[in-house]
Design a protein around this ligand. Structure first.
Ligand SMILES: *Cc1c(COP(=O)(O)O)cnc(C)c1O
Length: 428
């Protein structure tokens, strides 16, 4: 099936023929002290800065300087409805309808807000199911929700675990858990792409299983949004949350996204926390009206939002709109497939990829397990000009992103890895 070839020549040729080739120059690529570009493989952790972001942020600083409070209504992109300028493009990125999407707060905060609405435990049905290697923040968040409602955070937490000597999760095992304990489970929360293994889950399948047993189902898409072509609406999930500083290139700690399925859009009986930004826009500034719930995801906002962060998100989303998730995804599959091909070509038994082989079950990240490897290996890669990510006990995560990583990047990364592994791990 594979038409990939070894050698630098091939990589350079692929870059030349890459229809997205020109986008790399629209990002700031970090450099070493000597001024040479680093091989940046951590777009899954902090996406790079688009060069035009500064102009978007500066525009808001200028409007604030020149207009003061009037910027809310007379700015070039007025602040009052600013979040609305993000909605449509963000909805496209995650495969949702505009009424289902809002940019607000930060990721873990949104997770809690979603649980205010969708985790409504009863004496009989109160447990929360997560994947066993969930991102720590998600685990801490659900544990604290269990405690908040007066439940034991160990007894109330159910883990979907891989089988012995496996890393990836199997749907049969999820089915089994639900068959046995489904009636006690109130909420299923899964990381859309697991941050550690890179396994991309079948949202529709998980949602179907969960709903069949009467559970609410939500996804944390921190590692999926902007990485794979999501179809949140079609998945039927109740909610999803994601950050914008990973694949969405919107800057450290930038605001997060939130999806609430359309079927909940007009449900005024759903429990939620509210503020003046959840109130009807038309009468918001009357100030003394009875609370009037905004429909859709917008109705989950509390506060008037930070415009500077939203400006960076707008800058990034404009690039996504320009390319589209389909084209990004197409290049991503090619680039990651090439990465996998080169790693396998090494024929090195000390190197094992734990991310699924099937391109439909992963994004651009490959998690590489190095037998007898330790953090030293990662540090040597860093010294060699590769920015990658180390996860204890023995995994290097590398994410060649289609926006700004090249085939040459991937080629050079594997060459450097080969050299280091050969020199440090093998007795000669
Ligand atoms: C990155 C990430 C987080 C980080 O949460 P913040 O609230 O943005 O600090 C949480 N969960 C997952 C799955 C992540 O990948």
């Amino acid at each position: 099936m594979s038409t990939y070839k070894t050698g630098l020549e091939y990589a350079l040729e692929q870059d030349q023929n890459d229809p997205l080739n020109s986008y790399r120059s629209q990002f700031h690529i970090p450099k070493n002290a000597a001024g040479n570009e680093l091989i940046y493989m951590t777009g899954n952790s902090l996406g790079l800065q688009p060069k035009h972001t500064k102009a978007y942020v500066n525009q808001e600083l200028d409007d604030w300087a020149q207009l003061g409070v009037e910027g809310h209504t007379t700015g070039k992109t007025p602040w009052l409805p600013y979040h609305e300028f993000l909605t449509e493009n963000m909805a496209k990125v995650v495969g949702a309808k505009p009424i289902e999407v809002i940019v607000m707060n930060t990721l873990t905060v949104n997770l809690h807000f979603m649980m205010v609405s969708f985790y409504k435990p009863t004496k009989k049905r109160y447990k929360i199911l997560i994947e066993s290697d969930a991102f720590p923040s998600d685990k801490y968040a659900v544990e604290s929700q269990l405690r908040h409602h007066g439940f034991d955070d160990k007894e109330g937490l159910i883990l979907w675990k891989p089988r012995t000597n496996e890393e990836l999760l199997r749907y049969d095992d999820l089915e089994n858990i639900l068959e046995n304990e489904g009636e006690t489970i109130a909420l299923i929360l899964i990381g859309g792409i697991n941050y550690y293994t890179g396994q991309f889950f079948d949202f529709k399948r998980i949602t179907k299983i969960g709903h069949r047993y009467g559970c609410k189902v939500g996804f944390d898409c921190a590692h999926a949004a902007g990485n794979v072509a999501l179809k949140l609406h079609d998945s039927g999930a109740d909610f999803a949350v994601w950050c914008t500083y990973k694949y969405l290139n919107s800057g450290p700690g930038s605001l997060a996204g939130c999806f609430i399925h359309e079927r909940h859009a007009h449900d005024k009986n759903l429990n939620r926390f509210t503020g003046w930004w959840s109130h009807n826009k038309k009468t918001r500034f009357n100030m003394r009206d009875e609370f009037d719930q905004l429909p859709g995801a917008e109705g989950w906002q509390l506060s008037n939002p930070p415009i500077l962060s939203m400006a960076a998100i707008k800058a990034s989303l404009d690039l996504f709109e320009d390319v589209g998730m389909d084209k990004l995804s197409e290049k991503s599959k090619k680039l990651t497939g090439y990465f996998e091909f080169l790693l396998k070509q090494l024929g090195d038994e000390t190197i094992r990829i734990i991310t699924p082989n099937n391109p439909e079950e992963r994004g651009c990240q490959l998690s590489i397990q190095v037998k007898n490897g330790n953090k030293k290996l990662h540090d040597q890669l860093t010294e060699a000009g590769v920015i990658s990510d180390w996860r204890e006990p023995d995994v290097i995560r590398c994410a060649p992103t289609p926006f700004y990583n090249s085939f040459e990047d991937v080629y050079l990364l594997v060459e450097k890895l080969k050299k280091i592994v050969n020199a440090s791990l093998k007795p000669i």
